[in-house]
Every structure is written in structure tokens, then in C-alpha cells.
Design a protein around this ligand. Structure first.
Ligand SMILES: [Zn+2]
Length: 250
């Protein structure tokens, strides 16, 4: 995962500054940030940046790439830690880049990361499109962030960074998302979301109670590569099922 890991970290760090502390994410010796950490942690007073290892207000959390607390590597698949629950994270000082957008916004993201396990997290794109069209016909302003991703199902709004995508998400009254960075962002912002979990990751481990998490009866496959069982589980989630979830959430 990418941004989602860092957003979950901001949930773990919540309130540290109020206790006179800053959280060092790393191995206890070295602060280890990933490629998206600086963007997600921007302006966050609870998190200490690399180089601050010896500062007097440091409190360590052993959470970094290769040691994520919510899973561990098994043979060919992730083993999920069912004792883990994420706390909604936080963003600090987001810009108001999209202030002209109206109150009737629904944010959709039909794209998943282009990784070997990606298909396991992909709800069929034509169904995303059907849902987006229905909601548009019902009078909603359905939008998706434009950043060069291939699947387009709704009006695109240009975003130049993940943080800008989060700013757009903040304007939404509801989001329809795959499991990933944006569902963690929605939780951080308090935005209601329909999250298409399927069978790969259990919502018990990485979901939020405030969201509607659509998952297989027995999720948690975690296979590193495309898995037919996970693809089938996604195919079992119908357009009407998602539309019903949207109706209940609005
Ligand atoms: Zn599977």
C-alpha cells in the first residue's frame, strides 16, 4: 500500500503533541518514511520527520515498510492481523482548492493501483460507470479525480497530487471507492463512503465502522497475485447492491 499506510499512521499519532510528544515511525533507531509520507504528514504536529531521532520529545511506533502491524508476509499471501483496527487519521491545513464545487458532489474512484494484486481489488469498471450514470441522472454531481488513470466513469476534475485528490474528496457528501488510500482519507475527513472490499482484505482489519464496507462473507484471501476467487467475489457485488448502499448512506 502507499498513502493509506501513512494516513493510518496519522491515526496512530493522534494527540501526541498534546502530550508533549512527537511520534517517530521507524525501527526504534531510525525514522523510516516512505515515498508519500512527507505529503501525508505535511503540517502534522504529532509526527517527527527523519533526522529527529534523538530529539527529547520522541516516542517510537514500530511501523514502517516491511513492518505494518496489520499484516505479515506468509507464503504467497498476506496474513492479516485480526487484532488490528485503524483509527481514522488526520490531515492538517488542506487548501481549499475546490471551493466552487457545489454541495451535491459524489466522488468516485474506479481505479486501483497497477500492481499484481490490483485485480483482486477492482470492482468492474462498467458497473462503476452504471452507478455513476444513475447518480448523475438522479441530479448528483458525480466526479472523479483526473491524474492520468485509465478508467473514466464520471466528470473528471484535474488533481495534481494525492493531497489535491483529498481536497476534492473533502467536498463530497459521499464517496464510492476501492479499498486503499482514498478510503483511509475519507475516514480521516469524516466523509461517508461505500468501500468495495470484496474478498482480498477483511474490513474487520482495515475498514472503518463509519463506512459501508461491501465484502465477501469470508474475506481475507490476501494473495499477492491475481486471484480468481477475489475477482469472482467482486463480480458478486451488483450495481443495485451498491445503489442501495448509496441510498442508505445519503
Ligand atoms: Zn482470493
Amino acid at each position: 500500500m502507499g498513502h493509506g499506510d501513512d494516513i493510518m499512521a496519522t491515526g496512530m499519532a493522534k494527540g501526541a503533541k498534546d502530550r508533549g510528544k512527537r511520534i517517530a515511525f521507524g525501527d526504534g533507531q531510525k525514522i523510516i518514511w516512505g515515498p508519500w509520507s512527507a505529503e501525508v504528514f505535511k503540517n502534522n504536529p504529532n509526527v517527527a520527520p527523519p533526522g529527529q531521532e534523538r530529539a527529547p520529545d520522541i516516542e517510537w511506533i514500530r511501523y514502517h515498510k516491511g513492518h505494518r502491524l496489520y499484516n505479515k508476509q506468509g507464503p504467497g499471501r498476506w496474513i492479516w492481523n485480526y487484532d488490528f483496527r485503524p483509527t481514522p487519521g488526520e490531515f492538517f491545513h488542506l487548501d481549499d482548492s475546490f471551493k466552487d464545487l457545489g454541495p451535491n458532489l459524489i466522488f468516485v474512484e474506479p481505479n486501483v493501483p497497477n500492481k499484481p494484486c490490483g485485480p483482486n481489488k477492482q470492482w468492474p469498471v462498467d458497473r462503476f460507470k452504471e452507478v455513476a450514470d444513475e447518480l448523475k441522472d438522479a441530479g448528483f454531481d458525480v466526479v472523479q479525480p483526473e491524474y492520468g488513470a485509465k478508467n473514466v466513469v464520471a466528470r473528471q476534475i484535474r488533481t495534481t497530487s494525492f493531497r489535491q485528490g483529498v481536497q476534492l474528496l473533502r467536498k463530497a457528501r459521499l464517496a464510492i471507492l476501492p479499498e486503499g488510500g482514498l478510503h483511509h482519507a475519507a475516514a480521516a475527513l469524516g466523509i461517508p463512503a461505500i468501500v468495495l472490499f470484496g474478498a482480498w482484505i477483511p474490513p474487520k482489519v482495515l475498514g472503518y465502522d463509519m463506512h459501508t464496507n461491501l465484502a465477501d462473507d469470508n474475506p481475507g484471501c490476501g494473495l499477492f497475485i491475481r486471484c480468481q476467487h477475489c475477482v469472482d467475489a467482486m463480480n458478486k457485488i451488483s450495481v443495485n447492491f451498491v445503489l442501495d448502499a448509496v441510498e442508505r448512506s445519503l
